[in-house]
Design a protein around this ligand. Structure first.
Ligand SMILES: NC(=O)c1ccc[n+]([C@@H]2O[C@H](COP(=O)([O-])OP(=O)(O)OC[C@H]3O[C@@H](n4cnc5c(N)ncnc54)[C@H](OP(=O)(O)O)[C@@H]3O)[C@@H](O)[C@H]2O)c1
Length: 238
């Protein structure tokens, strides 16, 4: 799909945690965007100092089937220029965007179990991929391992549980690297959860989030066996 420019207005802003924002954009013109789950869009950010502009890339957390509305996640706590620019915008205000971009998308591995590994807002493209598979009633076993820091960082838990309840082929594990004393769930970094996968030859793995985590997951998997590893590669989203 060839990237193209489009205008979109802010349709909804949800504060998922103290820092994480879910931004829903409504396309103004053209009215829809064709993309593959896992792909990104670029938001044009004016550079006040130089009268020029630059772009910031955000993965789409939404589904191609609702292509009039695009959902992005960003971390308002990161203080990046992109996040700061997005935070200046209220519902109804317009953004200049382009896309879709990126080669991170679902591949055809019908004989493999699918493993998705993410940290923080790296869930965004994985969320689109997983929801797309479930929407298509895929029968492939799908597992999500998601790493967050502590209880106040948790979001999408009800949505994840709903999907796990509805789809017997979907399971997820949330792990907290810095949980409070009362946390009864999994503890530690998401990389620790890979210990529960002694064999990986039957897997196709999708990884997104903290850059070091992505590299470490790929290294751990390679050490265990041979499986396709698909990684989000775009550089900046803050
Ligand atoms: N928003 C998007 O659309 C999007 C799309 C693609 C990628 N991303 C990227 O996703 C990342 C998410 O950032 P975030 O601030 O929300 O979360 P984060 O800073 O990556 O932290 C979330 C979790 O990652 C853990 N972590 C850090 N280094 C790790 C490592 N080497 N191995 C395993 N776990 C590790 C942290 O553990 P500790 O507590 O032990 O540090 C914490 O539990 C960013 O790098 C962002 O650029 C975002």
């Amino acid at each position: 799909m060839t990237p193209r420019r489009f205008r979109a207005k802010v349709f909804r802003i949800r504060h998922l945690t103290k820092d994480v924002r879910e931004l829903t954009l409504e396309l103004v013109g053209p009215p829809t965007l064709a993309f593959l789950p896992g792909q990104s869009i670029a938001v044009t950010v004016p550079d006040g100092a130089s009268d020029s502009s630059f772009v910031r890339y955000y993965s789409l957390a939404s589904l191609p089937s609702s292509s009039h509305h695009l959902v992005l996640l960003f971390n308002a706590g990161e203080q990046g220029k992109g996040s700061a620019f997005l935070m200046e915008h209220s519902v109804g205000e317009e953004l200049q965007c382009s896309g879709p971009y990126g080669s991170f998308h679902l591949h055809d591995d019908p004989e493999r179990d699918l493993l998705f590994v993410g940290t923080g807002t790296g869930i965004a493209p994985l969320w689109s991929m997983i929801n797309s598979l479930l929407e298509q009633s895929s029968s492939q076993p799908i597992t999500l391992l998601w790493g967050l820091r502590s209880e106040p960082d948790i979001y999408y838990l009800d949505e994840l549980q709903q999907r796990a309840d509805r789809h017997s082929n979907f399971a997820f594990t949330l792990t907290l690297s810095q949980p409070g004393q009362t946390w009864r769930g999994k503890k530690g970094r998401v990389t620790h959860l890979l210990q529960e996968f002694p064999q990986v030859d039957h897997l196709a793995v999708y990884v997104c989030g903290n850059r070091k985590m992505v590299a470490e997951v790929a290294g751990l998997l390679r050490h265990k066996g041979a499986c396709p590893i698909y990684r989000e590669r775009h550089e900046e989203s803050s």
